[in-house]
Design a protein around this ligand. Structure first.
Ligand code: 48F
Length: 266
């Protein structure tokens, strides 16, 4: 068989364009493809929701590849292990209630399960803003989509306008940076659904409290926007937990469950 470069090029352009057009209107747009975003994407897609992840970097997986301090093993507790079991990711018992998992196996399997369930990943795209609607002033404001641009444009600081995607719900899964909530705080003129009305900020490390609070803090933080993973704790002012990943996995699952319920209630 002779290979024709024109066919290869045309196939990529056409297929990508079709994929992009097919995902301009989503049930759920997830910003960030770290562990919590990937788990949320997997459970949303498994529930037949139209979901896409927008990830700034070339690779998805966020902070999970490197385990703790580049020793590529992660730790989960009993509750977190259940999510890994569901995804058929192997774990090794350490002592009662603690397990390790190979960070590369966990990341690649999670990514592959999310994609195979139907979630689409748009990597190399940065979310730089949200689309907002407010019928009756700032109190009625709701996020209805995202403003995205190529990461290369962001990095080169080129003055190039972005494009948009509509979504019924959005998840801020941007990790420690909590980028989406910071943008909304800065630009919406409305209070966030936190005690102070603002991003409360991440506290220092306390694994036990942080793991529990990650789950409690996984909720709607602005109309139309849920926070998950480290972004949940940073938004609602709780601790970081270091390389124990159960909270991240359970948080992604909870965000998906809450949104599925909202979508199906309507
Ligand atoms: O940081 P990250 O892995 O978030 P997470 O799911 O998990 C946190 C853990 O990795 C770890 C931890 C657990 O013990 O503390 O840190 O909360 O993944 C966040 C992803 O979001 C991307 C970023 O590149 C990363 O892959 N991201 C951040 N901001 C944007 C973004 C943005 N504006 N647009 C697109 N992607």
């Amino acid at each position: 068989m002779k290979l024709d470069e024109q066919i290869i090029t045309k196939a990529i352009i056409e297929r990508f364009t079709q994929k992009w057009i097919d995902h301009l209107s989503l049930d759920v747009a997830i910003v960030g493809g770290g562990p919590s975003g990937l788990v949320a994407a997997y459970y949303l897609a498994k529930n037949a929701k139209k979901v896409a992840i927008f990830e700034r970097k070339l690779s998805i997986g966020g902070g999970m590849w490197g385990g703790g301090m580049m020793l590529n093993e992660i730790v989960v507790q009993d509750e977190g292990k259940k999510v890994l079991d569901e995804l058929h990711i192997s774990t090794h018992p350490v002592q009662t209630g603690y397990y390790t998992a190979d960070a590369v196996e966990a990341t690649t399997t999670l990514a592959s399960k999310a994609c195979q369930a139907g979630a689409k990943v748009f990597n190399l795209m940065s979310v730089e803003d949200v689309i907002i609607r407010q019928a009756d002033g700032p109190e009625s404001a709701r996020v209805v989509g995202l403003v995205v641009n190529w990461t290369a444009v962001e990095k080169a600081e080129l003055h190039v306008d972005p494009l948009t995607v509509h979504a019924r719900y959005t998840i801020d899964a941007t990790g420690h940076a909590t980028e989406l909530m910071h943008i909304i705080q800065k630009k919406s003129g409305s209070r966030l659904l936190t005690q102070t009305g603002k991003v409360m900020g991440e506290k220092s490390l306390w694994a036990e409290v942080a793991e529990h609070s990650t789950l409690e803090n996984t909720r709607e933080a602005f109309p139309g926007v849920y926070v998950t993973g480290m972004a949940a704790n940073a938004t609602f002012g709780s601790y970081r937990m270091g390389p124990i990943f159960g909270g991240m996995l359970l948080s992604g699952k909870k965000a998906a469950e809450l949104i599925v319920q909202r979508l199906e209630d309507k």
